[in-house]
Design a protein around this ligand. Structure first.
Ligand SMILES: Nc1ncnc2c1ncn2[C@@H]1O[C@H](COP(=O)(O)OP(=O)(O)OP(=O)(O)O)[C@@H](O)[C@H]1O
Ligand SMILES: [Mg+2]
Length: 70
């Protein structure tokens, strides 16, 4: 693996339309990259927190969210 292959890559999935599986695709892409031994960080910036919920977390029970960082 070359040095450039080890660099962090940011993948943003976007579509103007609502409900077209952006969050679902993000979750599944993250899952499959992790299965291939890539280190993955999924960042949920959407206030509706679908990705957070898809990952089995309860947003109201989190002590800190990305909103605190912002
Ligand atoms: N391949 C699929 N087949 C059937 N249902 C799906 C599929 N992919 C996603 N869904 C369902 O479609 C709905 C919308 O998916 P998702 O929340 O990923 O869309 P989104 O584009 O992130 O929506 P939003 O614009 O609200 O953020 C969810 O209920 C999800 O479970
Ligand atoms: Mg979404």
């Amino acid at each position: 693996m070359s040095t450039s292959d080890k660099q962090c890559r940011i993948i943003a999935l976007f579509n103007q339309a609502g409900g077209v599986a952006k969050s679902t695709l993000t979750q599944n892409l993250g899952y499959h990259l992790a299965k291939r031994e890539h280190r993955v960080l999924l960042i949920d910036l959407d206030p509706q927190a679908s990705l957070t919920k898809f990952m089995g977390l309860v947003p109201s029970q989190l002590q800190k969210t990305v909103a605190d960082a912002i």
